[in-house]
Design a protein around this ligand. Sequence first.
Ligand code: DGL
Length: 282
Amino acid sequence: MTAMRERPIGVFDSGLGGLTAVRELRRLLPHEDIVYFGDTGRVPYGTRGVDTIIRYAKQDIAFLLEQKVKFVMAACGTVSSTLPAEFSAALPVGFTGVVQCTAQAAAAATKTGRIGIIGTPATIASRSYEAALRALRSDVQITAQSCPLFVPLVENGYFNADNEVTRLVAEDYLKPLQKAEVDTLILGCTHYPLIAPILAKVMGRQVALIDSGRETALCTAALLREADLLRNDGHIGTAQYFVSDSTESFATLSGWFLGEYAGGDVTRISVDHYPADGGISQ
Ligand code: DGL
């Protein structure tokens, strides 16, 4: 039996977005193996109903548990805002979503207390980031904006810094945040760091952008260290990618994005038959 420490870290998202966390994990923890699942056959999650998002997330987690992961990271703002805490607490391995870690970083970064949040419709409707921020700092003024077009734009490769279509969409979505003069902007969806240069250009250099993928990778590394679950055998970490749709476009786009950190095959799987209760009986 593989020792717990030697097992991979499991990461999932509806598609490419979670790779923003994988890139950071590979940099922070080069000795760890990573199993990534991108549910590209069912992306986007953020425009769906809560019941559907929860069912999809539980099936994704069941797949990762079958891969014998030692930890599950929901590298998805939508799942993190929707999955009931009782479910993640009952998992047989450690778990983190992105909301808490990202809110902590934003609360620490803001000087004026004016924080903007952008996310998918489901994330913004859940008010998850707002609740986490208010619990950390009662004086914050929050402006939240749902940005439903960003995920399809990213999944279709519209993330180059000079992409005019994405810039025009960003200018429209970010207007209320500019008006509110936020000094900190939470990229509350893990797809958004892929268009961070465009968002930075629109918001201006004075606004700090908080990358949920990056912050959650930092949290995951700290949680694994605390639990004494990091490898200490000098192993060179690998990454294995699984998707629920064509491997071709994912391989191209992810390779473009992960660059030297890609290092792993992409395999297509079907996730529909995985148990809708995540394979754990509560
Ligand atoms: N990366 C996911 C998130 O962080 C995107 C969700 C979606 O598929 O709409 O919210």
